[in-house]
Design a binder for this molecule. Structure first.
Ligand SMILES: O=C(O)C(=O)C[C@H](O)[C@@H](O)CO
Length: 260
């Protein structure tokens, strides 16, 4: 029996749009609710949210029971951390702060078993192999792993063409917030110069034949990125959705019931 089919990997390879939501509340209950909401993919954020291997695993478990696909972002693209996340059952990884082809090649090696890569063999213990129930996991896992690189600073943008030429990399995600900061517009991802750089990068990624992705709450940017051929677009963030609605609810109740 082979490794589980990765619908997200094959969908973005065909150019099929996959709509996603960022999960930063770092809770399996929220992940389960989100997984039933109708998004195609959910980003479990280990970079900016209070996630660790156990909380990421718990979210992988609940999402697996629904139709959404889990994408995991580690805080950094370290080989040992990638090994742990893949063994925990993550099949799609979004690696932040990729800024060179050499770095991208090391990431490809980290998700590939020897002799072509350096992923450590531990499938006997791993949720990824259904605890050894998937007999052909070791020889089929790589075919269903989707590796995505985040390019989100000026160095990475300058190296984008070389990064796109790396075999084994499925797609490139442009991070508008970090890119804006490195361009000198911190907190201003909507700055015209930033938007122009993002759209140019999306166009180059699509032209290279790899999948292009982004997270943007700006509906105009979502439409423009899709029009350029972006296939994995995150349109919401659970933290901002929750915080915004909680504040609005408190204000509404205060307005109606408590005259200060
Ligand atoms: O740079 C970006 O934009 C991203 O990588 C997304 C952010 O990390 C995410 O936390 C939303 O701000």
């Amino acid at each position: 029996m082979p490794a589980p089919f990765n619908p997200f990997k094959h969908a973005i390879a065909k150019g099929d749009l996959q709509l996603g939501c960022w999960l930063g509340l770092a809770d399996p209950y929220v992940a389960e609710i989100s997984a039933g909401a109708g998004f195609d993919w959910l980003l479990i954020d280990g970079e900016h949210a209070p996630n660790d291997l156990r909380s990421i695993t718990a979210q992988l478990q609940v999402i697996a029971a629904r139709d959404a696909h889990a994408v995991v972002r580690p805080p950094i693209g370290e080989t040992w951390l990638i090994k742990q996340l893949l063994d925990a059952g993550a099949q799609t990884l979004l690696i932040p702060m990729v800024e060179s082809a050499e770095q991208a090649r090391k990431l490809v090696a980290a998700v590939t078993y020897p002799p072509h890569g350096v992923r450590g063999v531990g499938s006997a213990l791993a949720r990824a192999s259904d605890f050894s129930a998937i007999g052909d996991y070791l020889t089929t896992a790589r075919d269903e792993i989707c590796l995505l690189a985040q390019v989100e600073n000026l160095k990475g943008m300058a190296e984008l063409d070389e990064i796109l030429a790396v075999d084994g990399l499925d797609g490139v995600f442009i991070g508008p917030s970090d890119l804006a900061a490195d361009m000198g517009y911190i907190g201003k991802a909507g700055q015209a110069e930033v938007k122009e750089a993002v759209l140019d990068a999306i166009q180059r990624i699509v032209a290279s034949g790899k999948a292009a992705g982004i997270l943007t709450l700006d509906e105009e940017m979502q439409q423009k990125c899709r029009a350029l051929g972006a296939t994995f677009i995150a349109t919401e963030i659970d933290v901002t959705l929750f915080a915004r609605n909680m504040r609005a609810a408190a204000a509404k109740a205060t307005e109606k019931l408590k005259r200060r």
